[in-house]
Design a protein around this ligand. Structure first.
Ligand SMILES: Nc1nc2c(ncn2[C@@H]2O[C@H](COP(=O)(O)OP(=O)(O)OP(=O)(O)O)[C@@H](O)[C@H]2O)c(=O)[nH]1
Ligand SMILES: [Mg+2]
Length: 458
């Protein structure tokens, strides 16, 4: 079934300089040859070469497109099958025409993710690498991209394989002990099992510790800019976005709706939400805006709480400070270019010294201090900044947690002198759960579900 030849447009739809159609399968070269006319037939060209020519409608011989065709014979290709990539003009109609001709001449339209699925089924990449390809396509920041790239190269797979290898060794030891109790192998004491489980648990912990950061790098740290009217919230959004995204005026209550913008601070992606200033109001529109601000406030991972340094704290601001005591907050005291009236101590006491930043958005002061404070929060998880093996996929996190609980059980059992063949079962479960991350023994429906997340042509 996997032998049939598939084709799909590999580039996004719409106008572009060029568009690429990818064909993969046993017949990839033969099907392309039916349409292609150039200096030589594609079946005769060396692998990994590019050829100029035309796509012709085979029945009439009419030239449809001017193309460059790349031939990559398996197994040295993305799918390990014969692959032909046809680059043609970027207009939607011309690409579509070429694709239709391929489909009329022996290829079948690929399902979303089918190329990557073949790469997986043909053993070129494992499941976690395939999933990283999805992340690569969706990466919203340089950093997220680099992490996905690392994973697609197999950095997570390697860590998982090492872990599993050590569990196999442990299982083998236990096996020998069960089969030949008189055999003089390394004496298998409960403390030996406990040591091995503990070491594996530490590794799993370390991977799980990266999970939170990994998710943020993929999706952006949801950051709400909150404060009463006119303190400079929209000015802050514009400064961080480096463009005038939100309207700034000296009228209190300028922002009515939530304004969203993706920005990067020291490589950390933030999904910034500028909100309406929070105050009591009888204005119907503003009231809805304030409601939305409160919603953004409760959903946020990080809150940038903005104050006007030129005015003393109001009672409702004190209330807010108290309310947010157990959230991730950076207090921003804005307008330090004006004579100051705000008591800093109160904020320092509530949020801590390095979480209170004095700024003048008008004069562009304090920006690097704010960036430092944000990075401080992000990296407080103590992940080495250069260790790019992040776990960010919900499926991987779930499986790591399962393996963790299996090994914890094995450890407890060893402590309680439970018979070792019972302990063996827990260790095997952990080994299997870890295996599912890289696609060892996963069900077909799971594979289909994972690959259906891909876009067409990938
Ligand atoms: N002096 C001074 N004025 C500032 C500073 N930052 C912002 N402003 C001014 O403060 C006013 C309000 O700024 P905005 O950014 O619109 O404030 P906001 O918090 O979004 O206000 P709302 O949307 O009404 O809640 C504008 O006139 C800004 O020019 C600053 O650092 N110093
Ligand atoms: Mg505003």
């Amino acid at each position: 079934m996997m032998q049939d030849t598939i084709a799909a447009i590999a580039t996004p739809s719409g106008e572009g300089g060029i568009a690429v159609i990818r064909v993969s399968g046993d017949e990839a070269v033969a099907v392309s040859d039916r349409l292609f006319s150039g200096k030589s037939r594609l079946e005769n060209v060396p692998t990994h070469t590019v050829h100029y020519g035309f796509i012709r409608e085979p029945r009439t011989g009419i030239r449809m497109e001017e193309v460059l065709v790349t031939v990559m014979r398996g197994p040295r290709s993305f799918t390990k099958e014969d692959v032909v990539e046809i680059s043609c003009h970027g207009g939607f109609v011309s690409v579509r025409k070429v694709l239709d001709l391929l489909l009329e001449n022996g290829a079948r339209l690929a399902e979303p993710g089918e190329f990557t699925k073949r790469a997986y089924l043909n053993g070129r990449i494992d499941l976690s690498q395939a999933e990283a390809v999805i992340d690569l396509i969706r990466a919203k920041s340089d950093r997220a991209f680099r992490i996905a790239m690392k994973q697609s190269e197999g950095s997570l797979s390697k860590r998982i394989a090492e872990l599993r290898h050590r569990l196999v060794e442990l299982m083998a030891h236990i096996e020998v002990n069960i089969d030949y109790p008189e055999h003089d192998v390394e004496e298998l004491t409960n403390s030996y099992i406990k040591d091995k489980c503990l070491a594996a648990l530490e590794d799993i912990e370390r991977l799980l510790a990266t999970a939170e950061q990994g998710k943020i790098l993929r999706e952006g740290l949801v950051t709400a800019i909150i404060g009463r009217p006119n303190v400079g919230k929209s000015s802050l959004l514009n400064t961080l976005a480096q463009e005038d995204r939100a309207i700034v005026t000296d009228i209190a209550g300028t922002t009515r709706d939530v304004v969203e913008e993706y920005v990067h601070v020291n490589g950390i992606p933030l999904k910034l939400l500028d909100t309406a200033g929070i105050r009591e109001t009888s204005d119907v529109v503003e009231k809805i805006g304030v409601e939305k601000s409160r919603q953004a406030l409760s959903d946020a991972d990080l809150i940038l709480l903005v104050f006007n340094g030129a005015e003393p704290l109001l009672a409702e601001e004190r209330e807010m400070v108290k309310e947010l005591a157990d959230r991730q907050v950076i207090a921003i005291v804005n307008k330090v270019d004006l004579p100051q009236q705000l008591e800093l101590e109160e904020l320092v006491k509530a949020f801590g010294e390095d979480r209170v930043v004095r700024m003048s958005l008008l004069e562009h002061e304090g920006i690097s201090e704010l960036e430092k404070a944000i990075a401080g929060i992000f990296f407080s998880g103590q992940v080495e900044a250069n260790d790019l093996t992040y776990v960010s996929n919900a499926r991987h996190i779930h499986l790591l947690k399962s393996a963790k609980s299996d090994l914890t059980e094995a450890y407890t059992a060893a402590e309680g002198f439970v018979p070792i063949d019972m302990i063996q079962i827990d260790i095997r479960n952990a080994w299997e759960h870890l295996g599912e991350i890289i696609g060892d023994a996963v069900s077909e429906s799971l594979i289909n579900q994972i690959f259906s997340q891909f876009c067409l042509g990938k």
